[in-house]
Design a protein. Structure first.
Length: 138
């Protein structure tokens, strides 16, 4: 690996060493991640996701749980649906919502990957600091 020898004067090199090995993904995966984490960024949507994990719920039943209009709940469900976190289907006059566990697990996998990357960066930072301390001497 280029730039693995570091001195206390190589600050830019230290940064470059720390970011080596970043995870690259196809654009479609990044777009999907944006949709998923945008959807999860709202507490009402997270609650809808939790409620629909136990089984299918109608949008009407969900709407009764919140101090907002039926249309507002429909919009929240639509955001979750676009992100792939829930699926919707009609049963008679009702629109039923169900959590897509595979999508939730994929989001967890992505978070685990970020955790691994950051743990590795912290480990490399620790190694760099130890090397710099050894070079500086007592």
């Amino acid at each position: 690996m280029v730039g693995t020898h570091l001195t206390t004067h190589d600050h830019g090199l230290t940064y470059n060493f720390m970011v080596v090995g970043s995870v690259e993904r196809p654009i479609a995966d990044e777009d999907r991640a944006d949709l998923v984490f945008n959807a999860l960024g709202d507490r009402t949507r997270r609650d809808i996701l939790r409620r629909s994990m136990d089984g299918e719920l109608s949008v009407s039943a969900l709407a009764r749980s919140y101090a907002m209009s039926f249309a507002a709940v429909q919009k929240h469900v639509a955001v979750l649906d676009r992100a792939g976190l829930v699926t919707k289907h009609r049963h008679g006059r009702q629109q039923l919502v169900r959590t897509e566990l595979a999508a939730v697990q994929a989001a967890q996998t992505l978070l685990d990957e970020f955790g691994s990357v950051w743990r590795a960066r912290i480990d490399r930072s620790t190694d760099v600091l130890a090397t710099q301390n050894q070079c500086a001497g007592p």
